[in-house]
Each structure stands twice: as structure tokens, then as C-alpha cells.
Design a protein around this ligand. Structure first.
Ligand code: ZN
Length: 143
């Protein structure tokens, strides 16, 4: 059992589905980080078989809402003074900004390079989002 000790202040992202730590690492741009980041992959878990964990040692203010797309079973632990002060699961985001691209070739975001993609959740159960611009519907169940 890996403990969270060793982190004084920061975030531990636990119960990441196996193989997704790298996806999150890339998404959060953690290779650019100036603080300690630990990527722990293929940890045995009673609940999930194998899981990944990311530990970030910093007082970080990063947008983790996108994690809900990967799994709402991910656990986000906020650590301060080596103790968990907050623990929560990400929700399926209502809005996804600039992460996924619209597949409609006629959509303005496909034609113009300087327009950010924006998708709005329309069906939480099916993870369906509609493009802000052309209203094409896509299922976003992975990053
Ligand atoms: Zn579109």
C-alpha cells in the first residue's frame, strides 16, 4: 500500500484507470512543472485491479474538471501539512473548452484556426456534448 506521506502540500490524484496517468500528465502539462510530480503506474488496487496515481507537490491551481471524462471514480486528494484536507471525485464537466476538436469539416472551428473549441454537455448519461458553433453532437468518453 502506497501512502500519501512525503507530500507536504499538493494534490494526489488516485484511482486513475490504468494507463491514463500519462494522458492526465500530458493534459496538465506536468512535464513543464517546476515542482515535484510523481507518476505511479499499474498499482494493484482491490477496487479496480490496476490503477495509476499522480502526486503533485505544489500549491497548484489547475483545472481538474476534465478528469471526470476519464472516470468519475478518480479520487482527488488535496494535501496540506501532510494531511488530506479535502477529498472528492470529479464530475462530468458541463463545458469542455479547447480539449477536443469538432469533427464537422464545415464547422467554423475546423475552418478557422484561431477559434477555440467549446462543447456543452447535453446528455450526462451518454456523455454527449454538442459543439457551441455547429451543434454537432459527439460522445466524449475518453480523452
Ligand atoms: Zn462544430
Amino acid at each position: 500500500m502506497l501512502s500519501i506521506t512525503g507530500i507536504k502540500k499538493g494534490i494526489v490524484i488516485d484511482h486513475i484507470p490504468s494507463g491514463y496517468a500519462m494522458v492526465i500528465f500530458d493534459y496538465l502539462n506536468l512535464e513543464e512543472a517546476k515542482y515535484s510530480v510523481a507518476l505511479i503506474m499499474n498499482v494493484c488496487s482491490n477496487k479496480m485491479g490496476k490503477k495509476d496515481i499522480i502526486k503533485i507537490e505544489n500549491d497548484v491551481n489547475i483545472d481538474l474538471s476534465i478528469l471526470g471524462i476519464i472516470s468519475t471514480d478518480i479520487t482527488i486528494n488535496i494535501i496540506d501539512k501532510e494531511k488530506i484536507i479535502k477529498k472528492y471525485n470529479p464530475e462530468i464537466p458541463m463545458i469542455i473548452n479547447n480539449v477536443i476538436k469538432c469533427k464537422n469539416p464545415r464547422c467554423v472551428t475546423s475552418v478557422e484556426n484561431n477559434i477555440f473549441n467549446k462543447f456543452n454537455l447535453i446528455n450526462e448519461e451518454k456523455k454527449e456534448y454538442s459543439c457551441e458553433y455547429c451543434e454537432d453532437i459527439i460522445v466524449v468518453d475518453k480523452l
